[in-house]
Design a binder for this molecule. Structure first.
Ligand SMILES: NC(=O)c1ccc[n+]([C@@H]2O[C@H](COP(=O)([O-])OP(=O)(O)OC[C@H]3O[C@@H](n4cnc5c(N)ncnc54)[C@H](OP(=O)(O)O)[C@@H]3O)[C@@H](O)[C@H]2O)c1
Length: 280
């Protein structure tokens, strides 16, 4: 289950929605904030800006120095909050260690929260209210739908209860809609015999960030496996799911190019939705 065809379909839809906004005189705008001089983060921002431009977004950018204060960061966020021409804001993570990311995120206008990680948006998700969805879990739901993997009524087991993937994904896939509606189990370090749960899953999602934690014996033959957890060692990407799982799974995300492209596509979907809502 490569992510690119899914991302391409989502981005084609985003492109059409951007064109419709532009046709009525609205230029959707996704602002980006980078703090510090981390090469990888600067690279990610450049890629997103290029993609934003290709899709027809404006993307005002603020780059703060590595020694910026929390006040400096909050001032930039407040500026974007107050600007009606900015519809969505991305604060590139991580930020330097002396700054408090969570505290900064809480000052962002939740309707401009393109990552869907603001506490109010997590609350909206829990209550089934509309709002930006966390990008990686939203991408996983889209991936399953794109490859026509039945989810409703089936057992999904998620390894990891992190705020980025496991926790929001569990809420999403348990909701009552055709692409979800599953029996969801979440396992973590508090469940010592977690392999007992993963081995019975129809759909197994690895979101632990522990390289190779999922081995073939943890996968029910014929199950669907989604590898979302990764750890970086330098530039090397080490996925949670061992490649040997390909032998037992009926469908599996590739080592590279699985949930990464769908995550980015969901960011732009959140951004265009924010622009539509703000200008409706
Ligand atoms: N591919 C992408 O686009 C993308 C995007 C975002 C994040 N990620 C990756 O996804 C992973 C999860 O991120 P996150 O922020 O949601 O989670 P997180 O905060 O990193 O938490 C990891 C979760 O995995 C569990 N876990 C860790 N080691 C385990 C073990 N040995 N046995 C059982 N459970 C274990 C932890 O259990 P406890 O709660 O008990 O500690 C925790 O719930 C990370 O690797 C991250 O890099 C990928």
């Amino acid at each position: 289950m490569p992510g690119k065809p899914v991302a391409d379909a989502v981005l084609a839809d985003v492109g059409q929605r951007v064109a419709a906004l532009r046709a009525r005189g609205v230029t959707p705008s996704l602002a980006t904030i980078l703090v510090g001089d981390d090469d990888a983060s600067a690279g990610y921002i450049r890629i997103k800006q290029r993609q934003a431009a290709d899709l027809g977004f404006d993307s005002p950018h603020r780059h703060l120095p590595a020694d910026a204060t929390q006040r400096d960061l909050l001032d930039v966020i407040a500026g974007f909050n107050a600007d009606p021409g900015v519809h969505a804001v991305l604060i590139q993570y991580p930020i330097p260690g002396h700054l408090d990311y969570d505290a900064a995120l809480q000052t962002l206008d939740p309707d401009k929260d393109v990552d869907g990680m603001h506490p109010l948006n997590m609350g909206r998700l829990a209550l089934g209210m509309p709002g930006p969805l966390p990008c990686t879990p939203a991408g996983i739901e889209a991936l399953l739908a794109h490859y026509e993997i039945p989810v409703a009524g089936r057992e999904v087991v998620i390894l990891g209860r992190g705020a980025t993937i496991g926790r929001p994904l569990a809420m999403m896939l348990a909701q009552k809609r055709p692409t979800a509606n599953a029996a969801v189990t979440v396992v973590h370090t508090g469940v010592a015999d977690w392999p007992r749960y993963t081995a019975r899953a129809d759909i197994l999602v690895a979101a632990a960030g522990v390289p190779g934690i999922i081995q073939p014996e943890h996968v029910r033959p014929g199950a669907v496996v989604i590898g979302a957890g990764v750890r970086y060692e330098g530039r090397r990407l080490l996925p949670d799911v061992d490649e040997a799982c390909e032998r037992v799974a009926s469908a599996i995300t590739p080592r590279l190019g699985g949930v990464g492209p769908t995550t980015v596509a969901m960011l732009f979907r959140n951004a265009v939705t924010a622009a539509e809502r703000a200008t409706a």
